[in-house]
Design a protein around this ligand. Structure first.
Ligand code: NAD
Ligand code: LMR
Length: 338
């Protein structure tokens, strides 16, 4: 029996099957957790990306419905759905890029670390699948707590003998998207013209916007610096509270995830000068993982950039960020090593 869902397998159809098999230009992308709050709009937006030729949608629930729905969009990518653990291997085989938004989201009053107990096991299982079925794929990890799930993924891949640090990227793009938006508001600029590096990690004080390095060059009063830093660090919590129990950021996250995935695909394609912030294996600080700007290329995060000059406010922030990050990273590593 055919484990896949997707309209191209109806016997009367010819073209779609040819398209999928015949090496249409583009990349093969899997979304794990595709039926979730992030997964659904992310699936829709990836179906619209011209660099994607095959889109695999995997979840433990509702994958058939999301797949049927998205597959009716008249864009190039061939869409196939996969439901439940027995279909994980087929979902992953041949993939160039795997995006992981699987796992539970926060409710008001919770920290991202409160998600560890459930999401750590989910990420481990999915990464074991990646090690087995597409060990060379680039992985974009969204599931929280990112500061711990990325170290978990790294340990799973090490155990399997497939670890390539350049290909494992924790997605911190939403912090950059928020920083661009909030800084643009303060400066009275169009957010599309603003670029803010956000380094460190993806939780509370580990999120460190470098306002001294904003482009276009500008300066902030101490009050503006304090307001912007806090707003960017608490952006996730702002959404969790506004949704009042119905989950966390999904639409802005899906937007940020496709923005980041598109950069990864352009890097894979060989485009030059693709640079964005991500949480990666790093020697920029004394911690084994850290988010900074990276250059994306055929091999993933081919170059990890230094922090650049920090002001006093940012140096203090960096020490706080490192302290919390060290604990979160160790917690992830221990989860697999024990
Ligand atoms: P959601 O509950 O709406 O969706 C999660 C999906 O994951 C569900 O469809 C669920 O069935 C699926 N899932 C659960 N276990 C799975 C498994 N073993 N294999 C495959 N799929 C599985 O949650 P959401 O709002 O989409 O958020 C998902 C995750 O993303 C959360 O952990 C959240 O904290 C995180 N998140 C991260 C960022 C970031 O910036 N990195 C931003 C927003 C949310
Ligand atoms: C976010 O930053 O929006 C996500 O990490 C979700 C959350 O729990 O805040």
């Amino acid at each position: 029996s055919n484990p896949q869902m997707g309209s191209e397998h109806h016997p009367i159809l010819r073209a779609a099957d040819c398209r999928a098999k015949g090496g249409a230009p583009g990349f093969k992308v899997a979304i794990l957790g595709a039926a979730g709050g992030i997964g659904q709009p992310l699936s829709m937006l990836m179906k619209m990306n011209p660099l994607v030729s095959v889109l695999h949608l995997y979840d433990v629930v509702n994958a058939p419905g999301v797949t049927a729905d998205v597959s009716h969009m008249d864009t190039g990518a061939v869409v196939r759905g996969f439901l439940g653990q027995p279909q994980l291997e087929s979902a992953l085989t041949g993939m160039d890029l795997v995006i992981i938004p699987a796992g539970v989201p926060r409710k008001p009053g919770m920290t991202r670390d409160d998600l560890f107990n459930i999401n750590a096991g989910i990420v481990r299982t999915l990464c074991e699948g990646i090690a087995k079925s597409c060990p060379n794929a680039i992985v974009n990890l969204i599931s929280n707590p990112v500061n711990s799930t990325v170290p978990i993924a790294a340990e799973v891949f090490k155990k399997a003998g497939t670890y390539d640090p350049k290909k494992l990227l924790g997605v911190t793009m939403l912090d950059v998207v928020r920083a661009n938006t909030f800084v643009a508001e303060v400066l009275g600029l169009d957010p599309r013209e603003v670029s803010v590096p956000v380094v460190g990690g993806h939780a509370g004080v580990t999120i460190l916007p470098l306002l001294s390095q904003v482009k276009p060059p500008c300066s902030f009063t101490p009050e503006e610096t304090e307001y912007l830093t806090k707003r960017i660090q608490d952006g996730g919590t702002e959404v969790v509270q506004a949704k009042a129990g119905a989950g966390s950021a999904t639409l802005s996250m899906a937007y940020a995830a496709v923005k980041f995935a598109d950069l990864c695909l352009r890097g894979l394609k060989g485009d030059a000068g693709i640079v964005e912030c991500a949480f990666v294996a790093s020697q920029v600080t004394d911690l084994p993982f850290f988010a900074t700007k990276v250059r994306l290329g055929r091999g993933g995060a081919e170059e990890v950039f230094q922090l650049g000059p920090l002001n006093e406010y940012e140096r203090v922030g960096l020490e706080k960020a490192k302290k919390e990050l060290a604990v979160s990273i160790q917690k992830g590593v221990s989860f697999i090593k024990k």
